[in-house]
Ligand binder design. Structure first.
Ligand SMILES: NC(=O)C1=CN([C@@H]2O[C@H](COP(=O)(O)OP(=O)(O)OC[C@H]3O[C@@H](n4cnc5c(N)ncnc54)[C@H](OP(=O)(O)O)[C@@H]3O)[C@@H](O)[C@H]2O)C=CC1
Ligand SMILES: O=C1O[C@H](COP(=O)(O)O)[C@@H](O)[C@H](O)[C@H]1O
Length: 506
């Protein structure tokens, strides 16, 4: 929906002076503006505690847009138009008076327009503020239009199942479920969205998408960064909560879900919940068998020394928080029974890579047994980042006079087809402006995802059930993670497009 079809909207960013706003939110809004996706009439009410003049704040946004983002077609003229939409508002969430003043400002905007604008509240603040903001919005009548007012909530959404249930119940007192947009930015990534197009927009893959043909699935989200300046938050969270419960679990849902009857929010979210309900819960006594948790020690990445986790600022030097998790899940339904889903995620790994690898079963017949020692089973790799492609490996005849086989690859590369693919936050903010919640998490999805990891949380928190192992910064993770797969004759598969890329770049 381009801008002339959109209703006027007042966008209110709580935490506009924070890290997320400067790195992701303002650049995304600016890109949407440049591409003509923002409504004709909108205001970005930017709330923060620290005092700023309008000019200071707008310059700060401009500097960060230049530093942090890929602005596709920056123009001075467009920036000058956009900056007029940004209104810095000094705001203290703990003060009721701030909400009353904000209401006056929003009402003033409506009065100028001569119509009630849509209101989009973005809570880019610590989770401890969600309850206060939500209640004050309600009590002061800032969000009293069920059809026009929406709220975007950042992760983490709770810290376990009980807290997520309580948070959902609290939010339900102010907002209808359709007004609540729980963000998981992985769902906005281009190649994550593409999973549904790939699976359900083609006839050739879906018939093979089951335990008859698929041997195993791997989901990897590896980062080279450490905890940066978020040590305080991360140390209370760890990789299981920070990544597995949300991003990796959502990717699992996209890979494993049954076909939705329509590309429609309720239907798609129902199918995802079905997957989460089918994930086999790991018994407390089996946690060690299915999971590995680890912490990085000091090491080197790209020739630069990196601190160990325990020496990072904001981290307790005796911390028992994991920075790496590897685990095996089963989805106990007719389609997936017996297929292991391996997941791993870690900070300070040797390279950044988010990918899904679908390994198919070995060819059943023996036609070529005399000509090749080991046939390489077909493998489909969906690279989410930094590469963005889909890569199918298959056996082919080696060119020549005799019949020899070798593996080959077919690649669909997003960057070659569309170098300007939108950032995840652009997609998600646009959907929220348009009232499309398909790529956001519904309350039951969040709760079910917490339920999947509940026993692991309990076991790890109670100590001595599962030993914490270590891995040096800049490595590919702990040996124990390799052992987890070896037991079933598997190994971690890395980005299969790498050799091809290296050759192309050379
Ligand atoms: N940063 C990231 O990469 C990611 C962040 N998130 C989530 O996004 C949310 C925001 O994170 P982030 O931007 O990093 O946090 P920051 O700590 O950088 O920013 C916090 C913001 O909250 C504001 N704030 C704090 N107290 C008050 C108050 N009493 N009244 C009004 N405003 C207040 C701060 O204002 P001021 O600075 O003016 O005091 C600041 O704008 C968190 O829920 C986080 O978990 C999620 C994924 C990634
Ligand atoms: O939500 C989070 O995600 C980032 C990784 O996101 P990416 O888009 O850069 O892959 C992670 O670093 C952070 O710890 C986590 O909170």
């Amino acid at each position: 929906m381009k801008n002339n079809d959109k209703k006027p909207t007042s966008i209110v960013i709580f935490g506009a002076t924070g890290d997320l706003a400067k790195r992701k939110l303002f650049p995304a809004f600016f890109n949407l503006f440049l591409d003509g996706w923002m409504p004709e009439d909108f205001e970005l009410l930017s709330l923060g505690r620290t005092e700023h003049t309008q000019e200071e704040f707008r310059n700060y946004i401009l500097e960060n847009i230049n530093d942090f983002s890929r602005i596709k077609n920056f123009s001075e003229e467009k920036w000058n138009q956009f900056k007029e939409k940004i209104k810095f508002v000094r705001f203290d969430i703990t003060q009721e008076e701030s909400f009353i003043q904000l209401k006056n400002q929003l009402d003033g905007i409506d009065a100028k327009l001569g119509a009630r604008a849509n209101r989009l509240f973005y809570l880019s603040v610590a989770p401890s503020f969600i309850e206060k903001v939500s209640k004050s919005l309600k009590e002061n009548g800032l969000a009293n239009n069920m059809n026009q007012d929406r709220m975007i909530i950042e992760k983490p959404f709770g810290y376990d199942k009980d807290s997520a249930v309580a948070l959902n119940a609290m939010l339900a007192q102010t907002f209808k479920e359709e007004q609540i947009y729980r963000i998981d930015h992985y769902l906005g990534k281009e190649n994550v969205q593409n999973i549904l197009a790939f699976r359900f927009g083609n006839t050739i893959f879906e018939p093979l998408w089951n335990n008859k043909y698929i041997d195993s699935v791997q989901i990897t989200v590896a980062e080279t960064v450490g905890v940066e300046d978020r040590g305080g938050y991360y140390d209370g969270s760890g990789a299981l909560r920070d990544m597995i419960q949300n991003h990796l679990m959502q990717i699992l849902c996209m890979v494993a879900m049954e076909p939705p009857t329509a590309f429609e929010s309720t239907e798609i979210r129902n199918r995802k919940v079905d997957v989460l309900k089918s994930v086999r819960r790991i018994n407390l006594e089996d946690i060690n068998h299915y999971t590995v948790r680890a912490q990085y020690t000091e090491g080197e990445i790209d020739g630069k020394k990196k601190l160990g986790y325990l020496a990072e600022p904001g981290v307790n030097p005796n911390s028992n928080t994991e920075t790496y998790v590897a685990m095996k899940f089963y989805v106990d339904n007719e389609r997936w029974k017996g297929v292991p889903f391996y997941m791993r995620t870690g900070k300070r790994m040797s390279k950044k890579e988010s990918s899904i690898v679908i390994s198919f079963k070995e060819v059943p017949c023996t036609t070529f047994q005399d000509r090749i020692k080991k046939m390489q089973p077909n493998k489909l790799t969906i690279n989410i980042q930094p590469e963005m492609d889909i890569n199918l490996s298959f056996m082919t005849k080696k060119p020549g006079l005799d019949m020899k086989l070798k593996p080959a690859e077919m690649v669909f590369d997003y960057f070659e087809c569309a170098p300007d693919t939108p950032e995840a936050y652009e997609t998600l903010l646009l959907d929220a402006l348009d009232g499309d919640s398909t790529l956001f998490m519904r309350s039951d999805q969040v709760e079910e995802a917490w339920d999947v990891i509940a026993n692991i949380q309990t076991a790890w928190e109670n100590g001595n059930v599962s030993k914490m192992v270590t891995y040096p910064a800049g490595s590919s993770g702990p040996e124990a993670a390799d052992e987890l797969l070896k037991r079933q004759g598997h190994t971690w598969l890395s980005n299969s497009n790498e050799t091809l890329k290296t050759k192309k770049d050379a």
